[in-house]
Design a protein around this ligand. Structure first.
Ligand code: SAM
Length: 529
């Protein structure tokens, strides 16, 4: 089947989902999914989206200037002057609009009419409405807000705009992503998720069959299960080869005429394949350049960082820690070793740069090929942030503890000397205030909170004594190394944290393509007989 499908991507963020869909190829190298329209309201995410769309116009062979820019050899050129045709395509594909506003509704409806004229019903709708109000964090925070009324929060109902567009477009398939908090969020006593499922099923008078791609209630799908349990819609990224524990709701809706052509075995064949073992942080980050953090309150220089950090490291290695005798011994030895190594080191750590390194050999091959780009000389978006000296001590402690004990320390596990000046530090409220990533586990969920401070995203190497860079977080989110994030560092972190991991999106896209092929072929066969 050489049919092409137009992708309409709403609430597109930096474009994680779209990246996965656009990466699918037929045997002859052609792309079955064409990104027709991506909509995003935030400036920097939109810029990232447009720049990636520009990159894609070159079909795998971007020009030398793209790499000279990413490698920091030239300032960003005027792409529209250098490559007017490709730039124009990128500008057509990506639009900066606030969905739900009257201006956006007018423009989107006109664009959707064009897309349906060109592709008829071969359209796929991807993306989910924003989730802050659904998220557990959002709910906990809102609870304390005087006068907060869940039913008046427009974010709870932005998905209605999504439903409206779904109704207008009647795509062959839709893929809706959202946070897991949606499962436990309710408005006026009604569970938001049930309301969403009901709305999705009712579109077009009951035109969609909702399929969970990784059902946990049984590893296969049964025809009788027209209404699968809500929890089945949760996809656990770490079960599918993503080096990160990330649990998100993914609902795939298949239009009834296509779903009618599918039997259980065809649906089961299209479910997300499970990986045999989880991909660990060390399989992704080991070998990347060793960088130092910046100093946010002091004069920032390599010299000051080195002398202050080795002093802090020595102090922390001697701190009063509550560990078994063996662990304490190992902790102190490792701490002293790292501190000694830093003061004696001839080379100094920089805050960015260092040669481009490939992914460790232990990284699964397909993911390795997905991430690396041999034309890069450096890692783009890979500058460390500044930290307070007190936090450097906590980061060093957490990284040592992680190495020796194999888990991230809770507040109660920190020595008194390192306790922040909070009255509630040991009450349990801040139990997880600092979290180190562990070399031998998948990363914890990379959220947009990483833009606020690095405390949850401490690098596992005690010698670097810092939080993750945007690029390291992007790798754990499986963005290819040549995916460039626009905006300032805070905005880049938000984009990375918000995204669907592109490598997971590729697997979702592959499942969707499998369903489309099976469903449409069976339909044709039935019609012919
Ligand atoms: C969770 S992110 C989407 C991630 C994306 N699906 C991906 O795969 O990378 C949600 C995005 O919706 C955008 N957004 C929120 N409200 C919007 C609106 N009314 N119109 C357009 N975009 C909006 C936010 O700026 C954010 O970038």
């Amino acid at each position: 089947m050489s049919t092409e499908f137009a992708i309409v991507d709403l609430f597109a963020g930096p474009g994680g989902l779209a990246e996965g869909f656009s990466s699918i190829r037929n045997k002859d190298g052609s792309h079955p999914f064409q990104i027709a329209l991506s909509v995003e309201k935030e400036d920097s995410a939109f810029e990232t989206l447009r720049f990636r769309s520009f990159f894609r116009q070159f079909n795998g062979s971007p020009p030398a200037d793209y790499y000279r820019f990413l490698n920091g050899e030239i300032p960003e050129p005027d792409w529209s002057a250098l490559f007017p045709v490709e730039w124009k395509h990128a500008c057509l594909e990506t639009v900066k609009l606030e969905l739900g506003s009257p201006v956006a509704t007018r423009e989107i409806d006109a664009r959707l009419a064009q897309i349906t004229a060109n592709y008829r019903s071969n359209v796929i709708l991807i993306g989910g409405p924003p989730c802050q109000a659904y998220s557990l964090v959002g709910r906990a925070r809102n609870k304390g807000t005087v006068g907060y009324e869940a039913s008046a929060d427009h974010r709870h109902f932005l998905y209605k705009e999504y439903i409206r567009i779904l109704q207008a477009l009647m795509p062959a398939v839709f893929v809706m992503e959202n946070v897991k908090g949606l499962l436990s969020s309710s408005v006026d006593g009604e569970r938001v998720f049930d309301q969403v499922l009901g709305d999705l099923r009712r579109v077009g008078g009951g035109s969609y069959r909702l399929v969970p791609l990784a059902p946990r209630s049984g590893q296969s799908f049964f025809a009788g299960m027209i209404h699968p349990p809500a929890a089945d819609f949760v996809v656990r990224a770490e079960d599918h080869g993503i080096p990160q524990s990330r649990h998100r709701i993914i609902i795939v809706g298949i239009r009834a005429d296509i779903a009618a052509g599918l039997d259980d075995s065809q649906i089961n064949a299209a479910l997300l394949p499970r990986s045999e073992s989880p991909v660990m942080v060390q399989q992704i980050l080991k070998g990347m350049p060793k960088l130092r953090s910046g100093l946010s309150k002091e004069n920032d220089s390599e010299q000051i960082w080195k002398s202050e950090t080795s002093r802090i490291m020595r102090d922390v290695s001697k701190a009063a820690i509550e560990l078994s005798d063996d662990d304490k011994k190992a902790f102190r030895a490792l701490g002293k070793n790292v501190a000694g190594g830093l003061s004696a080191a001839k080379k100094t750590y920089r805050r960015f740069g260092g040669a481009y390194a490939k992914v460790p050999a232990s990284c699964p091959n397909e993911l390795k090929q997905w991430l690396i780009d041999r034309r890069l000389k450096v890692f783009p978006n890979n500058e460390t942030r500044g930290h307070m000296l007190a936090d450097l001590g906590r980061y060093f402690y957490a990284a040592l503890y992680g190495r020796i004990v194999g888990v991230s320390p809770k507040a109660k596990d920190f020595p008194r000397e390192l306790a922040p000046d909070h009255r509630n530090w040991k009450t349990g409220k801040f139990a997880d205030r600092f979290r180190v990533q562990l070399w031998k586990s998948p990363a914890t969920t990379i959220t947009s909170h990483i833009s606020k401070d690095g405390h949850y995203f401490i690098h596992p190497d005690p010698a670097q004594c810092r939080s993750l860079t945007v690029r390291e977080a992007a790798r754990l989110q499986t963005f290819p190394d040549n995916y460039f994030f626009k905006g300032n560092r805070t905005q880049q972190f938000v984009q990375v944290g918000n995204a669907v991991p592109p490598f997971l999106a590729r697997k979702i896209a592959s499942s969707v393509y499998g369903l489309l092929l099976a469903g449409t072929v069976s339909r044709k066969l039935k019609r012919a007989s």
